[in-house]
Design a protein around this ligand. Structure first.
Ligand SMILES: [Mn+2]
Length: 640
């Protein structure tokens, strides 16, 4: 059992993990022939849920690893391991990998392991260039849309923009707005729905409002692909509707003037996991070309707006491979040049003093943009992104920073109440259903995902207002929550979503039968054991400054392009120190070299640490007073 994930409380006799459980908890070594992990002895048994429950800080918090050990009175000891973090070692160092490239064998092996099979492919990955973008006019629906929008621009027709209230939606709105403003054209009328009042998606209230303001061309971003009725409604009011979206189309498509969505059947961009802002950015690139062909000059530079695309792409947790890698890598360069005063102000109030990384977009800037839509009005975030006035930027950035704190406080409150309910139960059910009165609607989704992570099972969080519950659910790998809700639909007033995330409405008196039915359904589905995937087993001598520089070339890291994780065996534990935040820092030694680790959630007692451990980690560089220091960000450790 990896150490980072178990609690060591009751000093009971050691048991063999493999013998005591149906699920073998020992590390799996695939391909590396290391021969470890058989007959492992657990130092103790306990029941503890580990990890912290706060938003990860900029640098040091590692994702917690959560394991729940239960006594199940079946003769002798039985251990139920809900979330074991056995390791899979994916490859091994091959000095002949990607020959001809002047990189270390570890780096070349890593690149090949990541699917880069030729030197050319590897170089294209390392140096993504905007010029390698696919021609956006080939995206299905784009050409027709461009002609219509260009006509509108030329005739001074009012264009309306309807987006979502999250980072992706707000950035999409800002992208299109900035384009028209820089074109010296009439800016679009932007409508961003209210999360609590309207919920997600195109709605009649917004259409009415835009119509009343004289809009006759309506463009959606990050929503609309399932809005069959709403598109009919807009058309009946005399509007042409262009849908740009990246959500999965469902059966019938709306009868819109044009639909742009790489996920629609027959789109040459099928398979590109663009976010909503990525989709509308492609439309804008093609629109710019269309205007140029019509003789327009003084066209805006679109590279300047890639910071918005990067932020939306990372915040929407789409894959950072393919086109997204090009957009995010270049977008981060733009963002770090500090030219958008709204983002620069947000960076300042967030306390980021160094270069902004992809991770910061997801964990620091993204939540502050989102906070507007969650606990206040998403238009504030939009205003921040388009403002050209320094004082306005600072004022809104401060406000978003405070709103984000408010959102965190709401989230902590709801989470605390939900956890207290869960822990008051004698048994942890296979799916968590927690309901409370007047829980803040803006945070129930976040709390559901925290609970799902913490308890390693699907979680539904329901806020009851006037006898009606609005719920949000998040799943774990292998459990199709949408399918489960389909089987409960007779108890629900409405629901939607996908495998991993759902939203629903339910009468308060149906929540108990709903929870009971759902438990039975989920119990029959088999969650996948999350296993820690380690790229390569290396030795401490492989950790050179060259390798660290090389690894940096694989960034930005995120979904679809994870940080490299290495394993180093048999590290001697020189010291282990518990920090104030309950994380532990180690000094480890191998081959005469000492290594410092970043904080790590170690749930066991320090005194029970063995002298030698295998570690899984990502090397990290920290700069301080002109020097660079190498740290190991531990993902897991394992007694030898
Ligand atoms: Mn989106």
């Amino acid at each position: 059992m990896p150490y980072g994930s178990i609690s060591i409380s009751a000093p009971s006799r050691g048991i063999s993990g493999a013998a005591a459980t149906g699920t073998s908890p020992e590390r799996q070594c695939r391909n590396d022939g290391c021969g470890h992990g058989i007959g492992l002895t657990l130092p103790g048994l306990g029941r503890e849920v580990g990890g912290n429950f706060t938003e990860p800080s900029a640098t040091e918090t590692l994702p917690g690893v959560f394991v729940i050990l239960d006594f199940m009175n079946a003769g002798d000891y039985m251990v139920s391991i809900v979330n074991s973090s056995a390791w899979i070692i994916r490859g091994q160092i091959d000095k002949d990998a990607l020959p001809g490239l002047n990189f270390s064998p570890v780096f070349r092996s890593l690149m090949r392991l990541r699917g880069l099979s030729t030197p050319e492919e590897a170089m294209r990955f390392i140096l993504p260039r905007l010029i390698d973008m696919k021609d956006p006019s080939r995206m299905l629906g784009v050409e027709k849309a461009c002609a219509r929008i260009a006509d509108a621009i030329e005739s001074g027709e009012k264009i309306g923009l309807f987006t979502d209230y999250d980072v992706d939606g707000v950035c999409s709105a800002a992208l299109f707005h900035r384009f028209l403003v820089k074109l010296s054209s009439q800016p679009p009328v932007v409508f961003i729905p209210d999360r609590a009042l309207d919920g997600y998606g195109l709605n009649e209230r917004g259409i009415d409002e835009l119509h009343a303001l004289g809009v006759s061309l309506l463009i959606t971003a990050d929503c609309g692909i399932t809005s069959v009725c709403e598109v009919e409604y807009a058309k009946a009011l005399g509007m042409d509707v262009i849908i740009t979206d990246h959500h999965e189309p469902e059966g019938i498509l709306p009868d819109a003037y044009s639909i742009i969505n790489p996920k629609q059947h027959g789109c040459p961009f099928f398979g590109e996991d663009l976010c909503g802002a990525g989709v509308i950015f492609h439309l804008i690139v093609a629109l710019r070309a269309c205007l140029r062909n019509r003789g327009h000059t003084q066209l805006p530079n679109l590279r300047e707006d890639l910071d918005l695309v990067a932020m939306a792409t990372v915040a929407d947790v789409v894959s950072l491979s393919g086109m997204n890698r090009i957009l995010v890598k270049e977008g981060l360069n733009v963002l770090n040049s500090g030219n958008r005063i709204g983002i620069a102000a947000l960076v300042r109030v967030s306390g980021i003093t160094k270069e902004v990384f992809a991770h910061d977009l997801g964990y620091i800037l993204g939540p502050r943009i989102n906070a507007a839509g969650r606990v206040s009005d998403a238009m504030k975030a939009f205003d921040l992104l388009i403002t050209e006035d320094e004082a306005t930027a600072n004022r809104i950035a401060n406000e978003l920073h405070i709103l984000n704190r408010q959102r965190q406080a709401e989230e902590q409150k709801v989470a605390k109440e939900a956890i207290a309910m869960i822990e008051a139960e004698a048994h942890l059910p296979p799916v968590i259903v927690a309901a409370g009165t007047n829980w803040h609607m803006g945070v129930i989704g976040i709390v559901a995902s925290r609970l799902a992570e913490r308890f390693s099972r699907p979680a539904m969080v329901i806020s009851i207002v006037d006898g009606v519950g609005k719920g949000s659910g998040r799943s774990v790998e292998g459990i199709d929550l949408h399918a489960a809700l389909l089987s409960c639909s007779h108890l629900l007033k409405g629901f939607g979503g996908h495998k991993m995330a759902v939203g629903f409405t339910i009468d308060a008196d149906k929540i108990l039968p709903f929870a009971g039915l759902l438990e039975g359904l989920v119990a029959k589905m088999q969650p996948h054991e999350p296993l820690l995937e380690v790229d390569l087993r290396i030795s401490s001598l492989d950790l050179t400054p060259e390798l660290i520089r090389e690894l940096d070339m694989l960034s930005p890291f995120g979904d679809g392009n994870p940080e490299p994780i290495f394993m180093m065996p048999s590290m001697e534990v020189i010291s282990a120190k518990r920090m104030d935040n309950s994380q532990t820092k180690f000094i480890l030694k191998q081959s005469g070299r000492l290594f410092h680790t970043l904080g790590f959630s170690l749930n066991g007692a320090l005194s029970s640490l063995p002298r030698y451990v295998d570690i899984a980690f990502t090397p990290v560089i920290r700069r301080a007073s002109g020097y660079k220091y190498l740290y190991l960000a531990l993902k897991d450790l394992f007694p030898v």
